[in-house]
Design a protein around this ligand. Structure first.
Ligand code: KG4
Ligand code: ZN
Length: 383
């Protein structure tokens, strides 16, 4: 019985127990029951890295709230995420974030039907906060607990289209996951996933962060370089494409080293002015972006032709990149293919995407209370 529509559900249950479902209920009441009983609320909890987030999703499509408390500002002085600081932040914030999510959604704890939580991959300390919190809530409320793979959730976010919430997800599609920890191409068919290829060293988001650090631009590097690149010359520096044994493999550590050597040489040039430095930063940002994103776009299209699929979902933090969004939109539209990308606010880590993936998995057997956080969780949808 749904807790948020108790009287209507009780009448449904009574009807089921008497002479069959709906047989004794007048048609006007049927409509009322349908209106009151078809709402399902998923609570999503995400604490895999530096964000602490809770979201309430209605019927898997309507985001009633998506509260995110980021600890990014605490990591900036260190030039990267400090795991201890991230988990402590989650521990301190999670109660407040949940309270805000419920309040904004206008939903009470007892209205929630199930809880979806990120079980991995991510930082162990941060994951533990969310998983322990979700387990105790599920036990206290007596509702199912659904463990969610963070990577699968990034791809599920691509099908969350607020303008057209009931849009149907294709049965088969290619996936490209681009984040701070992952760069991979996947094949999805009827809920099963196969990894076609991934990076052999750095992830593309990691390369953005490291290049920004080399250039002295701050953290995280992705959004900073993306902005600077828009004012630079993308052909100022030409980077060599890494040699790849595998058709769908990636490598991003070489380009980072190339930027390092190039910047060292350029900065050692005598008589350089401040204006030269400003121009150089914009040009190298644009040149780096042209190569780093260009390789993604090429492999994404190659994967679609290899798989003979019409749809591609591109998800993860780097899918916020303006050049990637533009190039993918142009190339897929030219080839008559369909591109799925999350709306900008859902490209980074957030609990709405966790709730969405949890909703998709709601009919599986729920997790037991010995559910463990798994920092190295692989992509295994459908297995
Ligand atoms: O998915 P995400 O929020 O966290 C992980 O699961 O890793 O991705 C974070 C990554 C960072 O490396 C960040 O620099 C990158 O996404 N990023 C971007 C942009 N916005 C975030 N990279 C390129 N362009 C952007 N606009
Ligand atoms: Zn992520």
């Amino acid at each position: 019985m749904h807790r948020h529509c108790e009287p209507a559900c009780r009448r449904q249950d009574e009807a089921k127990q008497s002479k069959g479902f709906f047989t004794e209920i007048a048609s006007s009441q049927k409509t009322l029951l349908a209106m009151t009983c078809d709402r399902m609320f998923t609570l999503g909890i995400e604490t895999s890295c530096d964000e602490t987030s809770c979201a309430i999703l209605e019927n898997g499509v309507k985001i009633r709230s998506n509260i995110i408390s980021s600890s990014l500002f605490k990591h900036r002085p260190f030039g990267g995420v400090v795991p201890e600081i991230a988990s402590r932040h989650s521990l301190e914030q999670i109660d407040f974030v949940l309270e805000q999510a419920l309040e904004q959604a206008g939903v009470r704890l007892k209205d929630i039907d199930h809880i979806a939580v990120t079980a991995g991959p991510g930082l162990m300390g941060s994951l533990l906060v969310g998983v322990s919190y979700a387990k105790s809530l599920s036990w206290r409320l007596g509702i199912p607990l659904i463990p969610v793979n963070h990577l699968e959730a990034h791809l599920s976010a691509c099908f969350m289209t607020p303008d057209n919430p009931t849009v149907k997800q294709p049965r088969e599609f290619a996936g490209m996951l681009v984040s701070g920890g992952h760069t991979m191409i996947t094949h999805h068919r009827a809920g099963k996933v196969r990894i076609l290829g991934e990076t052999v060293d750095d992830a593309v988001g990691e390369a953005y962060d490291k290049v920004a650090k080399i250039l002295g631009l701050g953290f995280p590097g992705g959004p900073i370089l993306d902005k600077l690149a828009q004012q630079g010359n993308p052909k100022a520096v030409l980077f060599t494409r890494p040699k790849q044994k595998k058709r769908f493999g990636f490598s991003y550590s070489g380009i980072k080293t190339a930027v390092l050597y190039h910047a060292q040489k350029e900065r050692a040039r005598p008589g350089r002015t401040d204006a030269d430095e400003q121009k150089y930063i914009r040009d190298i940002a644009a040149s780096f972006q042209r190569s780093a994103i260009g390789w993604l776009v090429e492999k994404a299209l190659d994967a679609m032709s290899y798989l003979n699929v019409r749809d591609i979902a591109v998800g993860g933090g780097v899918s916020a990149n303006s050049y990637l969004r533009k190039r993918m939109a142009e190339e897929t539209s030219k080839a008559g293919l369909r591109l799925w990308m999350a709306p900008l606010p859902l490209t980074g880590d957030n609990a709405a995407m966790i709730a969405r993936r949890g909703f998709e998995l709601r009919n599986r057997r729920p997790a037991a209370l010995n559910l463990a956080a798994n920092p190295g969780l692989r992509l295994t949808a459908g297995k």
